[in-house]
Design a protein around this ligand. Structure first.
Ligand code: GFP
Length: 813
């Protein structure tokens, strides 16, 4: 947009006065931030209104991306960049004696997600807007996010994430678009002429209120919508009579029980109460979202039969799978379609992404619970199941009971949401080539056999503008000065950087930028953790959810091994290394929490041991999220992507690190394989078992962890140290970890891969000694990372799954 410094200053001073009723020099950073946010929101508002009316009047097909998680992070810097006014605002503020960084610092992350899945959803929203696809997000406005992770005495402790405490300047509450979501009750049937009607009676009603956030495209005038739903008591009232009798708590009981639905993401489901709450959440946003899609659709007046021509609904993992029976319910019970018509529209509209093969994440609900909470929806699922089984027998001639039971939606009293998602959609995609092959040939083979045309791959992508423009301005400037700014819209041109691989002065610049980022992170670590790290050391990072399959414990066991070596020989000539970890564990995942404790305990010993002359440091940065990642990733030399082959569906952190010039230390898992293909084998460090070897072990059952342990003295030494070593904890503290490795036979092959991991780490230390060789590898990674932009991924979803056209908008602000 066009804006001069003088215009900005005038608008801003006026805005400060109207929103704070104070002089600018009397305001706090938060007030300044909020005023700036209001202003930017107004600029965006014009574009937003225009985008929406164009979509409506020109009757364009729209995509609705349903996701339990949206990890959007902060908006201010991105919005300023995308409007093209960042520099103007920065200079304007400076002339008012305000540092823009102080303002940006005040914003809190919208952390409505857990990991890759949620960040992917946020990146997809950005990409849809930026490449002019009419596509919106639908999710839940969790009042307390996931949780705030603090480390106390080395342990993860969870606190509510109070991201709304200072209000959220980006959202609009749309009271007029609230809808009712119905739970419980029972279904009554009656004849209406020829038609059997189903009616839910005596239900509990919850009011779903949408909060809309504008999602701005990069310099293209498009503004799509992220709609997050919040649960309110139907009339937002409390029991007055009860209150007047002094029963204050019980007067508010009903109101609170409703508001609980949108309090936190992933309530602990170790108990039935938690399961029920999750199920309520899933139906809540799915039902509200689909009702609101109908409300919008009906304004177009094109007739319900054409619904699938104008609407595509994407379900991000199985959490929104109830979209299938909910859409059926509305088409059958409200729009009075036949089953066949409704089913055709439903399967044409819905598409599904599978993000994992981990059994624990393949959702199942107890049938009794579903029936109690959602009686009509359960009837519809049962009918889908009945017709599907009929097809299996009559159309696909499957009669073997074992084969049939492997495919049922309802089995053993449980409802399998992945099966429902597959049966009810026209497209099922994996998130990296390898993962999709595993789905087709192994995990979902029974479905691939009958629906081969539904399965396809869409390798994940990242929001490249965020990871360069916002997170790494130094690198962004160097790239822009060298090859121009074309990469912002077309990141594949980053490949032009390869021309500079033998240009020493370019490599020096690159090294210097990385070094500066490491200095910044070293300062951050010193300020936040009190740990001094050497910015000339190798910065080796593993940042992701803590999980045994992601194998943070392989990493820390190797650190313990290096420490042993240094203790034996303090003059050992190795380049100094800083191992940085970050990530949250699920609150109920005990072993993952013990891994966090282990990392912190090892760190407390190593970081304080003067005898190793600062050659080794271990840092755990708490509360991993988008902002912390943006500090960390630009400073990384080594990116740890070390999951057990076959277990990491794709990974996206691997792409972010690569784009910022880190060299990947990888197993051939998920998108690491595609990263290798892009950069070439000489620019990635590979180790470990391959997928076929892992499956071979699982199938043949001849893996013997004790044998490896007994035959590898280095490994044996560190595992022994877990239980009776120097760590200042009670002796049994880390027995659960040791047990998983030995007594339970090491499900994730830590022991088997340890030696090749150790050798790979040695190779890294060797290569790092040669500054130019290292910088060349780093350059190759940056140059080849453009292929992993979410812009391209979304392009592929748009053409081959959603069948949606770009809608270019050319209004002027
Ligand atoms: C999951 C998978 C990852 C994948 C993302 C996005 O991430 O391999 O890259 O989804 O598809 F495990 P997490 O939510 O587990 O981080």
């Amino acid at each position: 947009m066009k804006l001069t410094i003088a215009e900005f200053k005038q608008d801003y001073i006026a805005q400060i006065k109207s929103s704070t009723a104070r002089q600018i020099n009397e305001t706090t950073a938060l007030e300044r931030y909020t005023a700036l946010g209001e202003m930017v929101k107004e600029y965006i508002g014009n574009l937003w209104a225009n985008t929406n009316s164009t979509y409506r009047t020109e009757q364009v097909k729209q995509i609705y991306y349903f996701s339990m998680e949206f990890l959007t992070g902060k908006f201010m810097e991105n919005n300023l960049n995308y409007l093209g006014i960042y520099e103007i605002v920065k200079d304007g503020l400076r002339s008012l004696d305000i540092d823009i960084d102080d303002i940006l610092e005040v914003e809190v992350d919208q952390g409505l997600g857990n990991g890759g899945l949620g960040r992917l959803a946020a990146g997809f929203l950005d990409a849809m807007s930026s490449i002019s696809i009419p596509g919106h997000g639908c999710g839940i406005r969790y009042k307390n996010g996931l949780f705030e992770q603090r480390i106390i005495d080395g342990y993860q402790v969870e606190f509510p994430d109070r991201w709304l405490v200072n209000n959220n300047v980006w959202e609009y509450k749309r009271n007029n678009k609230a809808v009712i979501v119905k739970y419980n009750g029972h279904v009554e049937t009656h004849m209406d002429g020829e038609r059997l009607k189903f009616e839910l009676v005596n239900y509990d009603a919850v009011r779903a209120v949408p909060y809309d956030t504008p999602i701005l495209g990069f310099e293209n005038n498009t503004v799509n919508t992220l709609r997050l739903w919040s649960a309110e008591e139907i009339d937002d009232i409390f029991d007055f009579e009860n209150f007047s009798k002094g029963n204050y708590l019980s007067a508010f009981e009903k109101k609170h029980s409703v508001e609980i639905i949108t309090q936190i993401l992933y309530p602990n489901d170790a108990y039935d109460e938690g399961k029920l709450l999750r199920l309520k959440q899933e139906y809540f946003f799915v039902s509200a979202g689909i009702q609101s899609i109908f409300n919008t659709y009906k304004k177009m007046n094109v007739g319900i039969n054409r619904f699938a021509e104008f609407v595509a609904i994407h379900i991000n993992d199985t959490h929104p799978a109830l979209a299938i029976p909910e859409l059926m319910r509305i088409l059958l019970d409200e729009e009075e379609m036949t089953w066949e018509e409704a089913w055709k529209i439903t399967t044409q509209c819905i598409s599904y992404t599978n993000h994992t093969i981990m059994a624990e994440a393949l959702e199942k609900w107890p049938l009794y619970m579903l029936r109690d909470l959602l009686p009509r929806i359960t009837m519809i699922i049962e009918e889908i199941e009945r017709r599907f089984t009929e097809d299996l027998i009559n159309v696909y001639h499957i009669t073997d009971p074992n084969h049939l039971s492997a495919m049922h939606i309802i089995y053993d009293g449980m409802v399998r949401m992945a099966h429902l998602s597959i049966i009810g959609s026209h497209s099922i995609n994996g998130v990296a080539k390898l993962h999709t092959e595993i789905l087709k040939n192994k995990e979902l083979k029974v479905f691939y056999d009958i629906y081969p045309e539904r399965f396809n791959n869409k390798t994940n992508g990242i929001m490249h503008r965020h990871w360069l423009l916002n997170a790494n301005p130094g690198l962004t400037k160097l790239i822009g000065d060298t090859i121009g700014d074309g990469f912002k819209k077309n990141p594949r041109v980053l490949r032009d950087l390869l021309k500079y691989r033998d240009d020493k002065s370019f490599l020096d610049d690159l090294f210097e930028i990385k070094h500066q980022n490491k200095e910044n992170l070293a300062k951050y670590i010193k300020d936040k953790q009190g740990i001094v790290v050497d910015p000339y050391a190798i910065f080796d990072m593993q940042a992701k959810r803590i999980h045994e399959y992601k194998r943070q414990h392989l990493n820390i066991l190797h650190v313990m091994h290096l420490y042993r070596q240094l203790k034996e020989n303090p003059n050992l000539d190795i380049p100094p290394r800083v191992f940085v970890f970050a990530g949250k564990s699920a609150p109920s995942y005990y072993v993952a929490k013990q891994i966090i404790k282990l990392i912190n305990t090892v760190g407390s010993v190593i970081n304080n041991d003067k005898s190793i002359k600062d050659k080794l440091k271990v840092v755990f940065l708490p509360n991993y999220g988008v902002s912390l990642a943006s500090h960390m990733i630009p400073a990384a030399d080594v990116s740890e992507q070390i999951s057990t082959a076959s277990k990491e569906a794709s990974g996206t952190g691997n792409m972010k690190f690569m784009m910022n010039g880190a060299v990947t230390l990888a197993t051939l898992d998920g998108a690491n394989v595609e990263i290798m293909n892009e950069v070439g084998e000489s620019n990635i460090i590979l180790f470990g078992l391959k997928v076929e070897e892992v499956y071979d072990y699982y199938q043949n059952g001849h893996y013997n962890a004790y044998e490896i342990y007994n035959n590898s003295p280095d490994l044996k030494a560190v595992i022994d140290e877990l239980v009776n070593g120097y760590l200042p904890v009670p002796k049994d503290e880390f027995i659960p970890i040791a047990d998983r490795l030995l007594r339970f036979n090491d499900e994730f092959f830590i022991l088997k891969d340890f030696e090749s991991y150790r050798l790979a780490q040695e190779r890294i230390a060797e290569i790092y000694r040669d500054k130019y060789q290292w910088s060349k590898m780093s350059l190759a990674n940056i140059a080849c990372s453009g292929a992993f932009s979410a812009d391209y991924t979304i392009e592929r979803y748009a053409t081959s799954i959603w069948n949606v056209q770009k809608k270019l908008l050319d209004f002027k602000l």
